[in-house]
Design a protein around this ligand. Structure first.
Ligand code: TYD
Ligand code: MG
Length: 457
């Protein structure tokens, strides 16, 4: 008997199957399989704007130094690796409301001020909404054009007509290519639109920024998939209850992924924060138990942050522990190390740890700050004025070395700190290079921390 040739395809991701299933094994969408219509419309090479290419030997390929254009925002330029690269595709992602549209709008404004033709396509907001945001930011000139459209084919026409130097697509999840029969934001749409933009960027030397939302569930057409296709992936993050926002490059074909940019969301848009340590420590209490300044490293940039710990006797059998701005498991582990190695009764206390200023720090060098804050909070004794600390703490209670101790020490000295507690191995390594006026205390075990607190040395 001849086999039935019916084919089923997934409306979400386009995968084909020989039998019907309730869930697509590829994209996990439910009820998305349907029988393939006879003349299934597939995008053709022409409809996608493909160009014929010819193979060529390496010798005939020119490699001019990539041209960089500064965005007028030093923090953004730093993360991009020194400005935007012509013909690159950049994905800017982050939680809704974090400030992606604001950041890109400000960038467009600065670029258009250099008389570069820029096109900002908004698929999410009306032109009126865009204008309201722009009013908060300042004056705009006419080389920046706005388009409120979801239809990628019409956007495509506008781009080939205007030939802008920079295009912003806000956001990729709202755009549709009508020739594909799937919903906006579906994997097929996102993939096809991105590959079209990628080709356009490379062929026509247009720099394209795409905004991608990340939802808590990891998103339908997750920007995860986009990350492989684009040249640069920027993440804009921060706690929306505080004004600080951090821009990171998690992938960058044209620069390092170590750099971060720090911004503050103000009434008139994003303001660059050139000296983050000063901002993080603004309003810090003095001479209070449970507060320690620690030198952390964000990429290659040292930032001083305040770690706070509140330690109080509990009336419950199960003591409470919370950690804001850092890793909860790391905090509980450090509490166990302190309890075991120093014999202090933390299991009878509630402990709340907080990294003040809205930054999230997860590097191990924060351990010493957390441990000192807890010890100081427990003993109800403040640290001597002008003290800062950093170092990793192991399970045996040993203090281990951390990367770039000298950079951290210099930042502490720059901000006027007089004493720095750090791993002994690091103190030995940087001996002779310590900035004048700064006393360094090398410690090798948590016992040294307890001694320091009780004796102040
Ligand atoms: P937006 O750029 O729209 O975020 P996203 O594109 O990532 O969703 O910014 C959203 C928030 O920023 C919004 O809550 C309002 C705030 N905001 C300011 O505080 N000041 C400003 O000048 C602007 C333009 C926005
Ligand atoms: Mg937006």
């Amino acid at each position: 008997m001849a086999k039935d040739k019916t084919v089923f395809f997934c409306k979400e991701c386009g995968s084909e199957y020989s039998k019907w299933m309730g869930q697509c094994p590829a994209c996990k969408a439910w009820n998305s399989l349907s029988e393939a219509p006879k003349e299934r419309r597939k995008p053709t090479a022409e409809s996608m704007g493909y160009r014929r290419t010819t193979p060529m030997p390496l010798g005939s390929i020119t490699t001019d130094e990539e041209k960089r254009t500064e965005t007028g925002m030093k923090e953004l330029d730093r993360v991009l690796g020194g400005g935007i690269v012509g013909g690159s595709l950049v994905l800017a992602s982050g939680d809704p409301g974090i400030g992606k549209s604001t950041l890109l709008l400000q960038m467009c404004r600065n670029l258009s001020a250099q008389n570069l033709p820029v096109l900002y396509v908004s698929g999410e907001e009306s032109l009126r909404q865009v204008k309201l945001r722009a009013n908060r930011i300042g004056e705009f000139n006419d080389s920046l054009l706005f388009l409120a459209d979801n239809d990628m084919s019409s956007v495509r026409e506008h781009i080939s007509e205007l030939h802008p130097a920079v295009v912003v697509i806000d956001s990729i999840q709202t755009m549709v290519l009508p020739e594909l029969d799937s919903l906006p934001g579906s994997v097929t749409q996102v993939r096809e639109i991105t590959s079209f933009l990628l080709r356009m960027a490379k062929e026509e030397e247009i720099t394209v920024f795409i905004v991608g939302h990340v939802t808590k569930e990891g998103s339908v057409a997750g920007p995860r998939m986009l990350e492989h296709m684009v040249d640069t992936v920027l993440y804009f993050e921060g706690d929306t209850t505080t004004p600080y926002r951090i821009l990171r490059a998690v992938k960058n074909r044209f620069g390092s992924t170590n750099e971060i940019g720090v911004f503050s969301m103000e009434r008139n848009g994003l303001v660059e924060v050139e000296n983050p340590s000063e901002h993080m420590l603004a309003g810090m209490p003095e001479d209070e138990p449970g507060s320690v300044v620690t030198a952390t490293l964000e990429g290659t940039r040292p930032i001083l942050v305040e770690v706070q710990a509140l330690v109080c006797k509990t009336t419950f059998n199960l003591p409470r522990r919370t950690a804001a701005g850092t890793d909860f498991n790391r905090v509980t582990l450090l509490l166990a190390v302190l309890e075991k190695r120093l014999g202090i009764g933390l299991s009878g206390c509630d402990v709340y740890v907080n990294v003040a200023g809205g930054m999230r720090v997860t590097e191990p060098a924060l351990d010493m700050g957390i441990a000192l804050a807890v010890l100081s909070g427990y003993a109800n004794r403040p640290l001597p004025k002008g003290t800062t600390a950093f170092g990793e703490i192991g399970l045996i209670g040993e203090v281990r070395s951390v990367p770039q101790a000298l950079t951290r020490v210099r930042e502490a000295a720059k901000l006027g700190y007089q004493c720095c507690i750090l791993p002994k191995t690091d103190a030995d390594k940087i001996a002779g290079q310590i900035p004048k006026g700064l006393k360094v205390i090398g410690v090798s075990n948590v016992r040294d921390l307890k001694r320091f607190l009780s004796e102040g040395q």
